[in-house]
Design a binder for this molecule. Structure first.
Ligand code: SF4
Length: 225
């Protein structure tokens, strides 16, 4: 297996993945609607999240609009999203806090973002990287699985994995890393039966190397010494 942790290798791996998957498109790129969309996205399919975020935007337009909204009405708009009851209250609260405490500006640091209701490390880091273009890596199920398969982290939790990856991936490659990995995880490095035969980074992947070793052992035991 090729070295996969030095800067040049990481650059090659990222370039190969990027070339192999569709570019992830965000419905909104401004920090406020990206924050709201990311809160909605927790345990919800992308298509459902995007449709709910668009419908919310159509109805409320901005921070003031959403801060003054009736959570029940918000709930009726986002009813297909997972945990919609809780999320409808939280996103109205978030908009109110950003209006009142932060003077209509989404905070651009981890601590303040994570103090908002319903905002954990993953959501905060998506907003920092993709809304503010600050080096930051959000670890969701795709990033967690793929980075462990490649051999970039052996951490047990998403938070520790975030720190491993932020130490490993050079800062200038961190913006866009999460959305690229999400697409890679959906298209190729899938949770069950990853499509390694279509993968451009087999030479850099620990999981693939192990799989090949096991395959060879099975071949030998099948054919005899
Ligand atoms: S070789 Fe297989 S396991 Fe490794 S990154 Fe590619 S698809 Fe995922």
């Amino acid at each position: 297996m090729k070295e996969n942790k030095d800067e040049e290798a990481i650059r090659i791996i990222i370039a190969k993945i990027k070339a192999a998957v569709p570019k992830h498109t965000f419905v909104f790129t401004d920090p406020f609607w990206m924050l709201i969309t990311t809160v909605l996205s927790q345990r919800t399919k992308d298509e459902t999240t995007d449709a709910a975020a668009r419908a919310l935007y159509e109805r409320y337009r901005d921070i003031d609009g959403l801060a003054g909204a009736d959570p029940d009405e918000v709930g009726s708009i986002i009813g297909k999203v997972g945990f919609w009851r809780v999320k409808s209250k939280k996103i109205v609260e978030i908009a109110g806090i950003i209006r009142d405490r932060y003077n209509h500006r989404v905070p651009d640091n981890l601590e303040d973002l994570m103090s908002l209701p319903g905002v954990g490390m993953k959501t905060a880091k998506v907003v920092l990287a993709e809304g503010f273009h600050r080096p930051s890596i959000a670890v969701d199920t795709h990033v967690f699985r793929i980075s462990h398969r490649i051999g970039w982290s052996e951490a047990k939790t998403p938070e520790e994995t975030t720190y491993d990856l932020e130490r490993l991936i050079p800062k200038y490659m961190q913006v866009g890393f999460n959305p690229m990995m999400v697409e890679f995880g959906k298209a190729i490095c899938r949770p069950v039966r990853p499509l390694c035969d279509k993968c451009p980074i087999t030479a850099y992947c620990s999981y693939y190397e192990e799989k090949m070793k096991k395959g060879k052992k099975q071949d030998h035991s099948a054919t005899g010494p």
